[in-house]
Design a protein around this ligand. Sequence first.
Ligand code: ZN
Length: 206
Amino acid sequence: MPSKKPAGQKVDVRGNGGPSEIPDLVHRMLELLGEDPERNGLLKTPERVDKALRFMTRGYKQDLDQLLNGAMFPIDYEEMVIVRDIDFFSLCEHHMLPFFGRCHVGYLPNRKVVGLSKIPRVVDAFSRRLQVQERLTVQIAETLERKLGAHGVGVVMEARHLCMMMRGVEKQNTIAVTSEMRGVFRDQQQTRDEFLKLIRRTTESV
Ligand code: ZN
């Protein structure tokens, strides 16, 4: 068992128990923005924002061990497994604005694979938090590598950031790409190239 503990693995119990204070804060924020929180259209907004924020950060409460334990099974297959074009939605931690796009995951199994549907759920568990794209990419790769004991893992994420599109530089068509290569995906160019070729094919055809 590797001793290195990846960041973000702890189960967070934020928001458990007691009435939420978020609606009151949103109410006040609306006032500070020059709005009238008592007007018809905004009456329920504080509660809606509270619910939406909790939904968009629900990854804090997801237990990766619980998600993956029991979903792994032994297999003789030793070729690359790829799950590509996984849609993801996250919130940037600098502005709390959405960034979203596609994630491509590949790994080379070491006599053990995970149920394919679990990979998008790992992506989701880490996306639904306040994030930076770089750390999100590393966390997904790190978790899969550690839990699967795979020969290698590759993760590529392509995303649009609303904080870039709606404010600041206002670049509408910019896509940020991050990647994390581990094990043979990092050390063997042939493996890495195969992975990149297989994920590029769809990306270009979309
Ligand atoms: Zn941002």
